[in-house]
Design a protein around this ligand. Sequence first.
Ligand code: GLA
Length: 752
Amino acid sequence: MPVTYDQGKKLFKLDTPNSTYIIGVLDKEQFVTHLYYGKYIPDMDLSYLFTPIINSLPSKKEGQRVAFMDAIPLEYPTYGIGDFRDHCLEVESSKGHHACSLSYESHRIYQGKPKIPALPATFAGEKECTTLELSCRDHILNLNIVLRYSVYEDLDVITKSVIVVNQAATPIYLKRILSGCLEFFGWDYDIVTLHGSWARECQFYRVPVTANKVITDSNRGESSAQSSPMMAILSKDANEDHGEVYGMNLVYSGNFYGCVEGHHNLGTRAVMGIHPGSFSWKLNAGEAFYAPELVCVYSAEGLGQMTRTFHDLYRKHLIRSPYKEKERPILVNNWEATYFDFDEKKLLELAGEARECGIEMLVLDDGWFGERTRDDRGLGDWTVNEEKLKGGLGKLSSDINALGMKFGLWIEPEMVNPNSRLFRAHPDWAIQIPGRACTLSRTQLVLDWSRKEVRDGVYDQIKKVLDHANVEYIKWDMNRHLTELGSFGLAADQQQELSHRYVLGVYEIMQRLITDFPNLLYENCSSGGGRFDPGVLYYSPQIWTSDDSDAIERIRIQAGTSLCYPLSTMGAHVSAVPNHQTGRITPMETRGIIALFGTFGYELDITKLSEEEKAIIKDQTARYHKYHHIVRDGDLYRISDVFHPGDDACWSVVSKDKKEALLAYVQIQSRPGSQVFKKKIRWKGLDPDALYEIAEHIYDQEHARIPYAEDENDREEKLVLSGAVLMNAGIWMKHSFADYTAQLIYIRKYDG
Ligand code: GLA
């Protein structure tokens, strides 16, 4: 049984295949305490561990508590009753007081996993998941607080979510409602978080737990490029393949807050949820508030296993798109090829050349609508610009289809330029504080999607476009953060609800779009990976990972992004050199190999390429058809420290049945000094007992440096080695006499 209850001791035990989580209800006040989270254990009664804690429980004497609360590990800590650590819930009563206390009342255990109204969440069938609901109460405020835990049967995943119901006769204000808390004993842990900026997303940071709080957060209105809504708590000895890791990832696309605190009682507490900084929620009598879902992953085999569990969870239990298990078309996006400078002739030329190279879809990026000749105008006016595209999108899409290509389209529905028909007609539709200057970013403002009429006004325009052209893919962009938070639709005491209501509005329109156009392929984007989070993946199976398309930069960015998110979700394109973001010149093959480990595509003007480059593209597109299923459905193994690549970087994807595997090796710098001018790598994740043949080894032949026999390559091509040999003794990489060269090795099980 994944969830068991010991009535006598009031203990709940939650088991996944390799982990156990124990909750205990203690003391007369029925505090919901945390007893254990870690490797699977058959036993349930760990209350002996809590003797010192139970002894320090602030039991009541003559109606008063006799001690503070901050020595007790709690499941859902609240503000104002003597727990001075970071907390999950703060409530302002109708009288202006802020204290809140949780007492267990009852529970429910059932098969399956309920949806969270208006919010994205992982889903599971009756046989895949068991849910425990702990119903708690604050008796003074008359609040019902439901702590919901869903326990996956086949993955080491427990999800948490929270519902607060106001059962009093007067409104209360939620000042903070986080989604969950994990408690640890001692400070012997490290914290992993992901941070960055535009074009430098998801850089990996690891710091120790100390007496300071380590906070990862976003107050930008979206999950952001600056911080990602994930944290991992690691045992000190944890590395890629060993040690304990607890991953936390919030299924939410707005402002979030994560905090890990080594506190004075020598424990560690990690909390995560909606950012309390720009949040307050008026909960009227009888109303309920649902906090977003927090995913908790346990791994006893290092960060690598944490990654693979997240990938399995999201591929199977979060992404809903019909494309999730289908081959995605290889696309060429015209953004870096033309920017705003295109007409239908140019696009058809691009599509024609692309078709010749094996590309299957042309995506028309920014600039096709309104007066959009530059980025300071037109956003909000979703009607085609016929000066650029004569005959409109219906004609363009059918002309592109006639070339044998699909057609995709860019939109940025949440935004408006002041220089647009929409803004001139409805200046109050933008988020703003009357009388205060608005901050423009990329000369645009954010539409107030907390208001239904604003959402409808934009959606109706976009639906019309999609009804009249054969669009098979949508790139949904979002290119600025939220500032001057004010809405004409909200009362003064509800203005602080705007950020969350905005996110709910975005989810509503995304849901409407996929309901009205269920067969489209959706890709999200926010100036690259500025809104790369599980919330978005519920609606869109892929997200543009970064506006930095430089292959070498992409190693780190894709490594950080794939720490939690599957490779099949990461938009990755081959772009032109010198690269538009870094000026770096890398070989076309290297760009192709790195982009292969995402959703493969192109972002360059193919009409300007040499015949030799076009021939490489033909090989690359053919290779994608051969190998896409391994990347999309397989298990990722990081072989070198791809988060901080030095001279080289190496990773592999192994198919679930371990019959096939792909390995990428990038030589970032060519360095002399080794006797054999070579690097040996040890594969991971293979079947040790199986024989594998090296069926394809792609490398830069022009620069390959072979120190010994000329025929050495031939010998290597025919190698058949056991998984045990490949993983323990390893294999040689070719040494290339140049920087930025890459190799791709494909192996498959050998049956003689
Ligand atoms: C953002 C996206 C780019 C491109 C431009 C168009 O920066 O990340 O890929 O679509 O907008 O304006």
